[in-house]
Design a protein around this ligand. Structure first.
Ligand SMILES: NC(=O)c1ccc[n+]([C@@H]2O[C@H](COP(=O)([O-])OP(=O)(O)OC[C@H]3O[C@@H](n4cnc5c(N)ncnc54)[C@H](O)[C@@H]3O)[C@@H](O)[C@H]2O)c1
Length: 428
């Protein structure tokens, strides 16, 4: 059996590896020649994915990568894992899905299966993707080829989270499409969860991400409220989570980041407006979470004021630039907002992140492109007026930080339980 996986990023690459490990011949397709070249050379370009796995599967002939979409002619299924960002006005940008649909349609064979994995609003598979595939192939979905939606659930940087063990929701355009897609995923994934339509599968993914966004907003709000009452929200969460039912802990932070939680809920909000509905929880959670970087910068200013210093002219080190612990993914990281706000307040800002040695050029953060992670040694770290912990990577020695730093603002509660001088650590 041979399949194609389009989009070899954080979602597509692990999926390629899991299918290839399960004995399926996988052709990875992308428009980025560096990724294609790296895979064929047996190299990884994602920090938490070992190159050795890629190398072995390429050597066994189970995995290859290409820029040539004509390869779709020779496969029985195409899985699409391309980006779904927001446009300038926070509206869904499904252009990557549509371009992919256009690129594969002329090569699609009768009886083949197309599955969309990208996160998107309900209706994308049945309407927009189906439209481009039918126009480009001259075939009818559900009759001449199969169409399905199956959302990805990735927990990057969590070594306990393996594609094979994460249940996979699948919705099909027709019962036959559902059956075909379920059978495919059962080869690589232990549990397949069939649902009645592509729209239900799309909506389930959005529920999962809205749920996280809303709960993170709740604890972020409570962090600020409880701090004003002299109560430590982290201790409150630790106590509350001992409840054996009806509670699930979420943790506050400096904002929210990554490619999912700050973006996907707005796909739902946009689509809901088309149906004349409001998504007030989504909007409110977005507002609360978006306000966090300013709150954190305010705490940095307070920590400096306590030493009769102001943000203007102070040297601030941002510790942890990736959006979550133990990954090298800095997209949509609140770290950038923190660095921008601190810089705007007149601080001299640098960063340290063992997973992000240098900031890559990007449209969003062009001002920081080329900046390098400062070295991790006593002389460097003690040279900063304050260290702001934005992301708590395990690769950082926090006892050394406690020993070296003059003062620390901790948004992750990672300094709890370390030996620090009194008044050195400020929670934010
Ligand atoms: N990263 C996560 O943890 C995660 C988790 C669940 C769902 N998702 C969703 O999965 C989708 C992909 O996310 P990602 O994080 O893997 O993105 P990514 O940016 O890491 O990877 C996307 C890949 O698609 C390629 N690409 C772009 N346009 C293309 C085209 N026209 N044809 C072929 N390839 C193209 C890019 O070069 C890139 O390699 C998004 O919808 C995202 O919301 C991501």
């Amino acid at each position: 059996m041979k399949i194609a996986i389009v989009g070899l990023g954080y979602v597509g690459l692990p999926l390629c590896l899991q299918f290839a490990r399960s004995g399926v011949n996988v052709a990875g397709l992308d428009i980025d020649p560096r990724k294609v070249g790296a895979i064929n050379a047996g190299r990884s370009y994602i920090g938490h994915i070992p190159g050795a796995d890629i190398q072995r599967l390429v050597a066994e002939g189970k995995l290859s990568a290409s820029l040539d979409f004509a390869l779709v002619r020779g496969v029985s299924a195409v899985l699409i894992c391309v980006p779904t960002p927001l446009g300038k006005n926070r509206e869904p940008d499904i252009s990557y899905i549509l371009k992919t649909g256009e690129a594969i349609a002329p090569h699609l064979q009768p009886g083949a299966l197309v599955v969309l994995e990208s996160t998107t609003y309900p209706g994308t598979t049945e309407n927009e993707l189906r439209g481009v595939l039918e126009r480009g192939s001259g075939m009818i979905a559900g009759r001449d080829f199969h169409l399905a939606y199956s959302p990805e659930r990735e927990d990057p940087g969590n070594p306990g989270s393996r594609v094979a063990d994460i249940p996979k929701i699948v919705g099909g355009l027709t019962p036959a499409s559902l059956e075909k897609a379920s059978a495919l995923y059962r080869i690589a994934v232990k549990t397949v969860v069939p649902v009645s339509s592509c729209r239900v599968a799309e909506a389930a993914k959005l529920l999962e991400n809205v749920f996280r966004g809303v709960n993170i907003a709740l604890v972020n709000e409570l962090k600020v409220v409880y701090a004003a009452m002299g109560i430590d929200v982290w201790e409150v969460i630790a106590a509350a989570r001992t409840k054996p039912f009806g509670f699930m802990p979420f943790f506050p932070g400096p904002g929210y980041g990554g490619h999912c939680i700050p973006i996907d809920p707005f796909y739902l909000a946009w689509k809901a407006r088309q149906s004349g509905q409001e998504t007030r929880f989504v909007e409110l959670a977005g507002d609360v979470n978006a306000a966090m970087p300013r709150y954190v910068v305010g705490r940095v200013a307070e920590a400096l004021q306590a030493a009769k210093k102001s943000l203007a002219g102070s040297r601030v080190l941002l510790l942890g630039l990736a959006y979550k612990a133990n990954v090298d993914d800095d997209r949509e990281s609140p770290g950038y907002q923190l660095m921008d706000l601190l810089t705007a307040a007149g601080a001299q800002v640098a960063y340290h992140d063992p997973h992000v040695p240098v900031i890559r050029p990007s449209r969003e953060h062009s001002a920081w492109a080329g900046a390098r992670s400062v070295p991790w040694d006593r002389a460097t770290i003690s040279g900063f007026d304050v260290v702001l912990i934005s992301t708590a990577h395990e690769a950082v020695d926090y006892q050394q930080l406690a020993d070296w730093a003059r003062r620390i603002v901790d948004t992750r509660n990672i300094m709890a339980g370390r030996r620090t001088g009194s008044g050195k650590v400020w929670k934010a």
